[in-house]
Design a protein around this ligand. Structure first.
Ligand code: SAM
Length: 201
């Protein structure tokens, strides 16, 4: 995800579907030279993530309520995006991936981790739902989904490759499947533009 010497000063990392902010806080703590931003559809979990950052005195870590399927313009360009266990519950997976590609800077990278096992998925999800219910902050209308849709390897691969990345690395272990996707340095010319022909009026 980052160069061997660590991320450059000023690197902006976005975590989509950050939940209680484990990764955004962890990266912000480990690399004080970067800024992390966590986005989640659950206002309760965003409040929880903010508390987590405050309890660690992290000033380089922000959390916002938002929908990964339609990110505000505010979030771009981003150097790196982390997406852990979001696709198993988000309805429009392709829209999330298109948004990731849109807000990443040219040459930026996205790291995706998705479980391959329903059993392994249910336990942390149950903990998250319990945590969301126990949190006393305002709930808003969104309720954390109770269904998890574990993707097969071919489905995961097809989803990741639905966007025109410069490169994609897929890896699998016993429980998780991972993708590291790199956006092209220069924006590719959309196929529709290349095929346009002009006719005389
Ligand atoms: C299984 S949890 C994963 C939390 C964290 N990324 C992790 O791996 O520990 C999925 C998270 O995605 C959030 N989420 C679901 N749909 C979302 C959406 N459309 N936009 C942003 N976050 C969403 C949920 O509220 C939940 O916090």
């Amino acid at each position: 995800m980052f160069p061997a010497q660590g991320p450059a000063v000023g690197t902006h990392v976005l975590e989509l579907g950050c939940g209680p902010g484990f990764y955004a806080c962890r990266f912000a703590q480990e690399y004080p030279q970067i800024t992390t931003t966590g986005i989640d559809l659950s206002k309760r979990l965003i409040e929880r993530a903010k508390s987590r950052a405050a309890s660690r005195s992290l000033n380089n870590c922000n959390f916002f309520h938002g929908d990964a399927q339609s990110l505000p313009e505010l979030f771009g360009p981003i150097d790196a995006i982390i997406v852990s266990r979001l696709f198993l519950i988000v309805p429009n997976k392709e829209a999330v991936l298109a948004e990731i590609l849109r807000v990443l800077r040219p040459g930026g990278r996205c790291f995706i981790a998705e479980p391959t096992s329903g059993f392994r998925t249910r336990l942390p999800l149950s903990c998250m739902w319990l945590l969301a219910r126990l949190t006393s902050s305002p709930a808003g209308k969104y309720r954390e989904p109770q269904q998890a849709d574990v993707m097969t390897r071919p489905d995961f691969s097809a989803l990741v490759e639905s966007q025109p990345w410069a490169s994609v690395n897929l890896e699998y272990d016993g429980w998780y499947q991972y993708a590291v996707c790199t956006k092209a340095e220069e924006a590719a010319v959309p196929a529709v533009s290349r095929d346009v022909t002009w006719s005389a009026a």
